[in-house]
Design a protein around this ligand. Structure first.
Ligand SMILES: Cc1ncc(COP(=O)(O)O)c(C=O)c1O
Length: 392
């Protein structure tokens, strides 16, 4: 189907200055990976996110893999994860031997709360993954208090929520780990792939460079000849008594140089997306069947614009939007316990009625930043027309 307004996999265009940065870095950077641009990106990100330790990586999935390694799970350990999220929030923990316990979401905010997480805690719980889904910041102060009480590690999956603030503090700076994505679809993207990992504990942070880059480490002593015994050392990453295996999750210099520029405009981009979202939501306020989550503060960056539709109208709405108006609405995020991957591994059952209700009745509108105001007006007009027809 040829859509007038597709649900695009690309969120935004680049400014002339950003394009210039890409070209200049591609021309001049030496090396093209792990050079000064990575250091500059990490320094800028630390200042922006208000964290002590951060590491540029090739995507958020690899950052999640690193958090799973750094949790050092023991056999039988459990990790609590919302079933309403993208699959990369979950499978890295299975790879490192943890068992998943699916958490429910709050129907109003569509993210986990301290209460939905508390219901999943057992004596085996080791960690929780909090996903700031759709760009809304979960209640981290309450969740951190719960984690402290139960001695749990907290991973914040901030893939969709760069720049979001919770009580004046940046999402991703509360937990033991924060994981950010600069994927093509995100509010800002480093050429399609990119990620950042923040780590609170200095001991864990100290071994991330080795885990990120093939186990390379400095030699313990200065060497007489720079080529002996080898050009670079490879050592065993250890966290206390735990041996961790290395990976290669580095991010290239062009992406890092671009990332520095993108950080300079993320607040403005988020503010514009939020203003657009509120405008669309208010323009549809006469149709209470469409239940949006309306937030006017920096707690939401409206990475995505989603709503629950009442009266089991969802499928009819999406079909008519597509066929009669050429607007490609979609559904997200398929409860993970319903995928064959998780079912075949024994994680097919979740006690998450709010996830089921939301997913089965939800719609996600095309909301890439590159849409024009005129296209948004067209989409809102189409939604009004379809809702009126469905009401007859
Ligand atoms: C909630 C969530 N977590 C993790 C990821 C993985 O991000 P990446 O594509 O950068 O690996 C995504 C990306 O779509 C996501 O939406």
């Amino acid at each position: 189907m040829n859509f007038k307004i597709p649900f695009s996999g690309r969120a935004h265009a680049y400014t002339a200055e950003e394009l210039e940065t890409i070209v200049e870095t591609a021309k001049s950077a030496a090396p093209l990976t792990q050079g000064r641009h990575r250091n500059e990106f990490e320094a800028a990100f630390k200042a922006y996110a208000g964290v002590e330790h951060c590491f540029a990586v090739c995507n958020a999935a690899s950052a999640l893999e690193l958090t799973a390694q750094l949790c050092c799970f023991k056999p039988g350990d459990e990790v609590i994860i919302p079933s309403h999220t993208y699959t990369a929030s979950a499978y890295p923990y299975l790879k490192k031997g943890a068992k998943i316990v699916w958490a429910d979401i709050d129907p109003a905010t569509r993210v986990v709360t301290a209460d939905t997480l508390r219901a999943c805690i057992t004596p085996r719980t080791r960690a929780i993954v909090v996903v700031h889904l759709y760009g809304y910041g979960a209640d981290m102060p309450a969740i951190m208090a719960l984690a402290k009480e139960n001695q749990l590690l907290v991973v914040e999956d901030v893939a969709q929520a760069l720049g979001v603030e919770i009580e004046g503090q940046k999402a991703g700076s509360f937990g033991d780990f924060g994981v950010f994505s600069f994927h093509s679809h995100k509010n800002v993207s480093t050429l399609g792939e990119g990620g950042m990992l923040t780590v609170r504990d200095p001991a864990r942070a100290a071994i991330v460079p080795m885990l990120r880059h093939n186990g390379h480490a400095d030699y313990p002593e200065p060497r007489k000849d720079y080529w002996r015994p080898a050009m670079g050392n490879v050592d065993l990453p250890m966290l206390g008594e735990e041996i961790l295996m290395p990976n290669n999750y580095c991010l290239g210099e062009v992406e890092c140089a671009l990332g520095v520029k993108l950080l300079q405009r993320i607040d403005a981009s988020n503010a514009e997306k939020r203003a657009r979202a509120i405008r669309c939501i208010d323009a549809l306020a006469a149709h209470p069947e469409l239940q949006f989550h309306r937030v006017t503060t920096t707690r939401h960056n409206y990475h995505l614009l989603v709503a629950r539709i009442a009266n089991s109208w969802r499928d009819g709405f999406i079909r008519r939007m597509a066929q009669e108006h050429g607007v490609q609405c979609v559904v997200q995020y398929y409860p993970l316990n319903r995928y064959p991957f998780y079912q075949k591994l024994g994680y097919g059952v979740a006690n998450s009625p709010n996830v089921d209700d939301f997913f089965d009745n939800m719609v996600s509108f095309p909301f890439q930043h590159s849409l024009t105001e005129g296209e948004l007006d067209y989409m809102v007009g189409a939604a009004r027309t379809v809702l009126k027809k469905l009401a007859v």
